[in-house]
Design a protein around this ligand. Structure first.
Ligand SMILES: C[S@@+](CC[C@H](N)C(=O)[O-])C[C@H]1O[C@@H](n2cnc3c(N)ncnc32)[C@H](O)[C@@H]1O
Length: 279
């Protein structure tokens, strides 16, 4: 984070969040760039840590982008809505009622402050803070048995809102989201992971998931951006398929702890950061 900026933390827990590898990312950031593009923004740990001056963020999950839009436009209304949900002590019945209400809103395509407040509240009360949807796009994560406590840090949301006011947002597929990146810009790709094995746990953040052919498409977009003179960084699992897709680029590798794995022995893994420039 640069001097003079307020510290902002992600306001939701998100599978694949990059909080623990910010140091590895920082070491490999380009020293200068024009616009910043983050087409798989998720909880935004990288965005909020660096707070780039001219940023374009994107995620295919419409509820997530609705949350950022609500924080951007009216943080106080969102804070009040979450406080109202927190006022009632949670139990399994209330959790299911709010989850049903949220899914009804997804069905009716209602993207407003109340939907965003349910999104934050469910994230705090669901198992492991996971966001997983079924094939119809409905949120299906069970309750974590947390009955009390605040689901929102008000000051953090206010700082986030101030920063997001100058950020441009979209809800598109990643390929579309980087169409306007030009020479001198910087793109950071943090797509869903390439599975470590064919039987690995799969987290579907969005209807349709992210398939091996999407990883191939992503590698094609990386190459096109490289040819345009855009600086590009990409994170993924350290697996052979990823190394093959990005052979010819600079690949840095390091160990990470994995929180979301049912098998405690598999909570360590290796990841890569690929760049098309030297650092
Ligand atoms: C690994 S997470 C990003 C985590 C983020 N860096 C963080 O620190 O929280 C991947 C994100 O990609 C999004 N996503 C999945 N498929 C996508 C697609 N085709 N285009 C854009 N975003 C997509 C998911 O909704 C998810 O938020």
């Amino acid at each position: 984070m640069s001097a003079g900026k307020e510290k902002i933390s992600p306001c939701i827990k998100w599978a694949g969040g990059k909080g623990q590898i910010l140091g590895e990312i920082e070491k490999r950031m380009p020293s200068n760039f024009e616009n910043y593009f983050e087409p798989f923004v998720g909880a935004g740990s990288v965005l909020f840590f660096f707070q780039p001056y001219s940023a374009f963020i994107n995620d295919v999950n419409p509820q997530l982008i609705n949350l950022y839009r609500q924080i951007q436009s009216d943080p106080e209304k969102l804070i009040s809505a979450v406080n109202a949900l927190d006022a009632e002590e949670c139990n399994a019945e209330l959790y299911l009622k709010n989850r049903e209400e949220y899914n009804q809103r997804i069905k009716e395509n209602i993207t407003d402050s109340f939907t965003a407040s349910l999104f934050i509240w469910l994230n705090k009360h669901c198992f492991n803070g996971l966001y997983r949807v079924n094939s119809k796009g409905f949120f299906n994560v069970p309750y974590n048995n947390r009955s009390k406590g605040s689901s929102i840090d008000r000051e953090n949301i206010r700082y986030m809102s101030k920063y997001l006011k100058k950020v441009k947002m979209s809800c598109l597929d990643f390929e579309e989201a980087v169409k306007n990146a030009a020479q001198g810009d910087f793109v950071y790709f943090d797509s869903p992971y390439f599975p470590e094995s064919p039987t690995a746990n799969f987290t579907s953040y969005a209807k349709g998931g992210f398939l091996p052919e999407d990883h191939e498409r992503l590698a094609g977009v990386f190459k096109e951006l490289d040819e345009k003179g855009v600086k590009v960084m990409l994170s993924n699992n350290d697996v052979e398929d990823v190394r093959e897709l990005y052979s010819g680029y600079r690949i840095g590798s390091f160990e990470v702890k994995r929180m979301i794995n049912r098998d405690a022995n598999k909570r360590r893994g290796k990841e890569v950061i690929v760049t098309n420039y030297d650092y």
